[in-house]
Design a protein around this ligand. Structure first.
Ligand SMILES: NC(=O)C1=CN([C@@H]2O[C@H](COP(=O)(O)OP(=O)(O)OC[C@H]3O[C@@H](n4cnc5c(N)ncnc54)[C@H](OP(=O)(O)O)[C@@H]3O)[C@@H](O)[C@H]2O)[C@@H](O)CC1
Length: 481
């Protein structure tokens, strides 16, 4: 009889004894997962290698092995398991409630993920590329990182899980074989993210009404550090490099500040492409420059920023960037997360003077966007619907893009508060007086008014979502303390 390697080679999680209720649920879960594992074992060889179905099958196998069996004994209000307690975290598939259980699962499942992937890569009649095996391992490593109690970093780890999954989607990165398979960068995602940033900056500088100022606009882009050892680090800076190139193609002038260049080949290529377009690349923010900058783009830190002090040279770069922006009255634009802000908690410095005028959230807004006051865009139009569904991304986190646009300005409740509040009040009054706006829209079939209606719904729903997440965040922080 064929024996599934993960169940033999790797020890089960051990530790505190489980209470009867947990034993009961874990018994059925165990039966279920072994049943599914063996069925999939026989299915796997007949699914062609390199296909999405096969990759999905392996992904499912590992997920089944991850089914939590440990949680009821420590269950608390914040549990994120489907079907238990409060609704799942918007990005998480599940998270066990005990830190110890999460650690055991993390170690155990990472090893199992590796064993499953490598076993099938080696034994399959139609060989699966080893790269896919590592990609699966990476996804589950990230998933398991979020398999712990909610902390202030949850949104980051969940976003990282989503990122890892996106980056290993066939066609996005693995087929490109950049560097080595493990170090393959999400070149395509970064290209689309950078394009959406450039489009939003273009939109901001060109004005809403389409009355374009004839003067050539000049944008300064400050790009964050890259790191050799880590697979997915420094991508925020990469978005900035890509955006600079697109802005030049859009007819703007661009200057890049890139104090700590990444040695990764993809970043070297991006820099070369910018140099070929005669984009100046500086090491420091040109604080005394006589050059007029219409916009300053902060592409320094994204969701992987670790709060607790900004290391040099970026501490000085951020101070100079803000000074330059104020001196020149330039529009300060942040990519994904304002630099120095915690991905969840936002500005934890008590107002360190870093408050961008424009925020471009990539893929979906992070929790810190709740604190943002200004023009809010969403970019990164590459999230497959199935993945969005899996991560429970709600419609108000990802409003539908118009036509071929790569970014969309979303109505921020904080933005232009008076006008927005008045408009929203008018809308409510209209509804209350029985003059239902939606009925009007369906009668007149006016696409303009339906868009306004959609935006208002989006803003209200997003506001409610933010409040809910903020409450949850502070509750969890209080619990931890
Ligand atoms: N979601 C998506 O699908 C897509 C996301 N994309 C983009 O990727 C971004 C996330 O990128 P990322 O994970 O590469 O990390 P990111 O934030 O750029 O840099 C971390 C760097 O900062 C450093 N660092 C950290 N803390 C520090 C401190 N206190 N002081 C000083 N340095 C500090 C850290 O150094 P380390 O701590 O590792 O030494 C590391 O070098 C995301 O926000 C989005 O813009 C798109 O490109 C593609 C699609």
């Amino acid at each position: 009889m064929l024996v599934y390697p993960g169940s033999v080679f790797w020890p089960r999680p051990t530790g505190r004894p489980r209470p009867p209720q947990a034993l009961k649920s874990s018994f059925f879960v165990t039966i279920l997962k072994y049943l599914l594992t063996y069925i999939s074992f026989y299915l796997l060889p007949i699914v062609p290698a390199g296909t999405e179905r096969r990759s999905h099958l392996i992904s499912c196998r590992v997920s089944w092995k991850c089914l939590p069996v440990d949680s009821p004994s420590t269950g608390r209000a914040g549990d994120k398991q489907p079907g238990r307690g409060s609704p799942p975290h918007p990005y998480s598939s599940y998270a066990p409630s005990s830190g110890a259980a999460a650690t055991r699962l993390n170690a155990c499942v990472s090893m199992k993920a590796l064993s499953v992937s490598v076993f099938f890569a080696v034994t399959s009649p139609r060989r699966l590329p080893l790269s896919s095996a590592f990609a699966q391992l990476n996804i589950h490593r990230h998933r398991l990182k979020s398999a712990r109690p909610a902390t202030s970093n949850d949104m980051e780890t969940d976003a990282a899980a989503l990122d890892a999954e996106l980056m290993s989607t066939p066609g996005f990165s693995l087929e490109q074989r950049v560097d080595s398979q493990l170090r393959a960068l999400s070149a395509q995602l970064m290209e689309l993210a950078g394009l959406s940033v450039a489009e939003a900056v273009y939109d901001v500088l060109s004005g809403h009404e389409g009355k374009e100022d004839q003067r050539k606009k000049h944008v300064l882009l400050v790009c964050g550090p890259g790191r050799l050892q880590h697979v997915h680090k420094g991508n925020n800076g990469g978005d900035g490099l890509v955006a600079a190139r697109h802005l030049v193609h859009f007819g703007f002038d661009a200057t890049i500040v890139y104090p700590k260049r990444s040695p990764k080949q993809h970043f070297i290529n991006l820099v070369k492409q910018c140099e070929d377009l005669d984009i100046p690349i500086l090491d420091d923010v040109p604080i005394d420059s006589t050059q007029r900058f219409d916009s300053v783009v902060d592409a320094i830190f994204g969701f992987s920023f670790r709060s607790g002090g900004i290391r040099e040279p970026f501490a000085t770069a951020i101070v100079n960037l803000v000074e330059l922006q104020k001196k020149q009255d330039a529009v300060l634009v942040s990519v994904d997360v304002p630099s120095g802000w915690d991905v969840d908690g936002g500005d934890l410095t008590g107002g360190a003077n870093f408050h961008p005028d424009v925020l471009i959230s990539l893929t979906a807004p992070k929790l810190s966007a709740r604190q943002f006051v200004g023009r809010h865009y969403i970019g990164g139009r590459f999230l497959p619907p199935a993945l969005a569904q899996r991560y429970n991304i709600k419609f108000y986190q990802m409003p539908s893009y118009a036509g071929c646009k790569q970014s969309i300005e979303v109505m921020n409740a904080n933005q232009d508060r008076a006008n927005w509040a008045q408009a929203y009040q008018d809308y409510l009054n209209e509804k209350e007086s029985g003059n239902a706006r939606k009925e009007e829209i369906s009668c007149t079939d006016s696409s303009d008014s339906s868009r306004v209606d959609e935006e208002e719904d989006w803003a209200a729903a997003y506001q409610a979502y933010c409040e809910e997440k903020e409450k949850e965040f502070f509750e969890n922080t209080a619990n931890e303390n």
